[in-house]
Design a protein around this ligand. Structure first.
Ligand SMILES: *[C@@H]1O[C@H](CO)[C@@H](O)[C@H](O)[C@H]1NC(C)=O
Ligand SMILES: *[C@@H]1O[C@H](CO)[C@@H](O)[C@H](O)[C@H]1NC(C)=O
Ligand SMILES: CC(=O)N[C@H]1CO[C@H](CO)[C@@H](O)[C@@H]1O
Length: 317
């Protein structure tokens, strides 16, 4: 037991010193999302004006659409919502597999946009917040900037002066510390969220999680610096060649192993609720009219562009 543990420690040290190369573990493309992920027909824990539907319903209503190379998930953009209903139909999917040390690469052609939208691509454990949450791409109401955030239990903080391109907006990751805002980093890269992301044909988000750090990168679709292993979803990826990340979270004041358990990938789209529905975000910053819930209920065609078009999610270990 002892010697196995020691050997493990040595090999972990060597591999991090020699460079971080990971092997493809799971690849989700097109119809692969239908078997690798589960549609979650659950009430939104963040109180969104949403009705998450199951896979059968989503396929029947064409809210989920899959071919061999395309996976689309969208909001209903045809029906007015009855005020007594839970909300507008949309889709939330969770990966069947969970991952600890890994790299995930999200190749996204289009993300949901429009007033009231709150899309997210994120990773989370079964036991929240004890097993932590990593939000890779999340925002509301088309408000740029884009941000990446950790949410944890108590005693997880981030230092100033990290080697990253983004700007920290909070260093305390503890969900109880500041109304669950977590420790977020805003991207400074153009085209990383909402309308401008979509206008550029989307792009690539990548996250690397080890026992000592968590990094997030973003490259716009036609950015000449997209690494070849990211662009082609190679059999291996070498994160050491990816340059300075947008967001870096370190373990000096946060024991990453203790605060993060095995994580499932979740991709969802909700409306209004605890973030998008707040007047400061919906009206003031988002420039959207009236009350968020009324807007969502009564303007189906405003949700024509509230869809994810995902070229693939690739997970490396
Ligand atoms: C379902 O959605 C796809 C993708 O947007 C579209 O190409 C297709 O025509 C839709 N099918 C129907 C029956 O509306
Ligand atoms: C997705 O759901 C989680 C919790 O269920 C929430 O934290 C996140 O903000 C939600 N976002 C969307 C887009 O539903
Ligand atoms: C498209 C987009 O949202 N890009 C923004 C990401 O964040 C920075 C600010 O931190 C903005 O300047 C970008 O426009």
């Amino acid at each position: 037991m002892r010697s196995t543990a020691a050997l493990f420690a040595v090999s972990a040290l060597v591999s991090s010193a020699l460079g971080a190369t990971y092997n493809l573990k799971d690849t989700f493309v097109g119809e692969g999302f239908l078997s690798g992920f589960t549609h979650q027909a659950i009430p939104d824990p963040t109180h969104g004006r949403v009705n998450y539907v199951d896979q059968q319903t989503a396929l029947a209503q064409n809210l989920t659409f899959a071919t061999d190379d395309t996976f689309i998930m969208r909001a209903d953009s045809f029906n007015v919502v009855d005020p007594s209903a839970p909300g507008r139909n949309a889709v939330r999917i969770q990966s069947n597999n969970a991952y600890t040390t890994h790299v995930s690469v999200y190749d996204i052609r289009h993300m949901p946009q429009g007033c009231g939208t709150w899309p997210a691509a994120w990773e989370v454990g079964q036991n929240w917040p004890a097993q932590g949450e990593v939000d890779i791409l999340e925002g509301t109401n088309d408000i740029e900037p884009n941000q990446s955030t950790l949410h944890t239990s108590a005693n997880c903080a981030q230092p100033d002066g990290r080697q990253m391109n983004g700007n920290s907006i909070s260093n305390n990751c503890d969900v109880a510390a500041n109304g669950n805002t977590g420790c977020g980093v805003q991207s400074t890269i153009p085209n990383s969220y909402g309308k401008s992301f979509n206008g550029a044909g989307g792009g690539f988000y990548a996250m690397e999680r080890t026992s000592t750090f968590i990094k997030v990168w973003f490259w716009s679709r036609n950015d000449p610096t997209v690494p070849a292993d990211v662009k082609t979803a190679g059999a291996t990826v070498n994160t050491d060649a990816w340059g300075t990340p947008t967001a870096l979270f370190v373990n000096d004041q946060c024991d990453i192993n203790a605060h993060f358990g095995p994580h499932n990938i979740i991709i969802n789209l909700t409306f209004c609720g605890d973030w998008a529905g707040i007047p400061q975000f919906f009206n003031d910053l988002g420039g959207c009219p009236g009350s968020c819930n009324d807007f969502v209920d009564n303007n189906p065609s405003a949700f024509n562009d509230a869809f994810w078009d995902i070229a693939g999610v690739h997970v490396y270990e």
